[in-house]
Design a binder for this molecule. Structure first.
Ligand SMILES: C[S@@+](CC[C@H](N)C(=O)[O-])C[C@H]1O[C@@H](n2cnc3c(N)ncnc32)[C@H](O)[C@@H]1O
Length: 329
């Protein structure tokens, strides 16, 4: 039977490993980390995100307000605030431990901090206009439905939509899990053909897009590992760093919890159906990852000749799977 993969107990707990996860943002540090040398122009991750948003949307430097959900150590926001000057900033996180890290990191800014699960907190946004909402490497942590087959979906009825709006995803029972998968797949005509069974569905991430459409958020920036990621040129020429793209969200086993990578085409399909303007991008493009003779040789030969090149190779293999989506309404 299908099950729900949840991470909320992990993040609300006090596990030392909460502080270990090396996200792309963390690994670039303030533009001075070892991985940052892989960028054409080393800079903090958040600063590059800010520049990307200014270049690719109507966001202005002196915008009204920004909210980040699931900010880990607050590293993205610290970099972003070197580029943007919002009048109001909010941080929302389910983890009291990580929220405290964000408070320490960003203490020089007037920020309001909220310790809350994303789905509990999101309805608060219904009244409030927001210029920019950021979710960097968090949607893979949201509930994922695992163990689906076409047969168990055929034998289930979709949840009526008004009920779905009330559901806290963490509290679904077995038959509700199946009904919710059925509702999303049939409502948005999500393609599940050709998937090897049993397969998985990024339920929390898809539900988030639906609930986002009920808010007054102008722009939402999302990145995560993808299960349908296509490498940009010229990196697409190197088989050694091709990410798996079988479109079945893959379990990623981490310390004391699991997450799943994201099927971005499903996110895009729901967003378009709900009238968002959608821009998809690869993180290698956003960060302007270096490509020159040294990198060409390294990716072709797979033979690093020093520690720096070993680090490069590790970074290129890792970042290859990351993509993002910018949703505007
Ligand atoms: C993998 S970390 C990413 C941290 C940071 N954004 C980065 O890129 O370095 C996931 C973050 O999302 C938060 N988080 C996970 N599930 C959440 C939920 N349901 N609601 C709010 N925050 C959540 C975690 O506490 C953590 O801060």
């Amino acid at each position: 039977m299908p099950k729900l993969n949840l991470t909320s107990d992990y993040y609300t707990g006090d596990h030392p490993s909460l502080l270990w996860e090396m996200t792309i943002c963390q690994s670039l540090g303030d533009g001075d980390g070892a991985f940052a040398k892989a960028l054409t122009r080393p800079a903090p991750y958040g600063a590059l995100v800010g520049e990307f948003l200014i270049a690719n949307s109507s966001l202005t430097v002196a915008c009204a307000n920004i909210i980040e959900i699931g900010a880990g150590y607050g590293t993205l926001m610290a970099g972003l605030l070197t580029v943007l000057q919002p009048r109001q900033i909010g941080m929302v996180d389910i983890s009291p431990t990580l929220l405290e890290k964000q408070r320490q990191r960003l203490q020089k800014y007037p920020i309001s901090f909220h310790c809350s699960d994303l789905f509990t907190w999101l309805p608060d946004l219904k009244q409030q206009p927001v210029d920019l909402l950021l979710l960097n490497e968090i949607i893979g942590d949201l509930p994922t439905i695992t163990g689906l087959t076409r047969k168990n979906l055929q034998n289930s009825a979709p949840t009526p939509n008004p009920i779905a709006k009330k559901i806290n995803p963490a509290s679904l029972n077995e038959s509700e899990i199946l009904s919710e998968a059925c509702r999303l797949i049939t409502t948005y005509n999500l393609d599940i053909n050709k998937l090897t069974e049993p397969f998985n569905l990024n339920y929390g991430a898809l539900l988030f897009i639906e609930r986002l459409a009920q808010t007054n958020v102008a722009r939402t920036f999302i990145t995560e590992h993808g299960c349908d990621t296509v490498l940009p040129y010229p990196f697409s020429l190197f088989p050694s760093i091709q990410p798996g793209a079988d479109r079945n969200p893959r379990r990623i086993i981490l310390k004391e919890h699991d997450e799943y990578n994201i099927r971005f085409d499903h996110l895009e399909q729901i967003a378009i159906a709900l009238n968002f303007k959608v821009t998809r991008f690869h993180l290698m493009d956003l960060l302007k990852i270096r490509f020159d003779d040294e990198i060409n040789y390294l990716l072709t030969s797979q033979k690093p000749i020093n520690e720096t090149q070993e680090i490069f190779l590790e970074f290129y293999e890792h970042i290859a799977e990351y993509q993002g989506i910018l949703l505007e309404q």
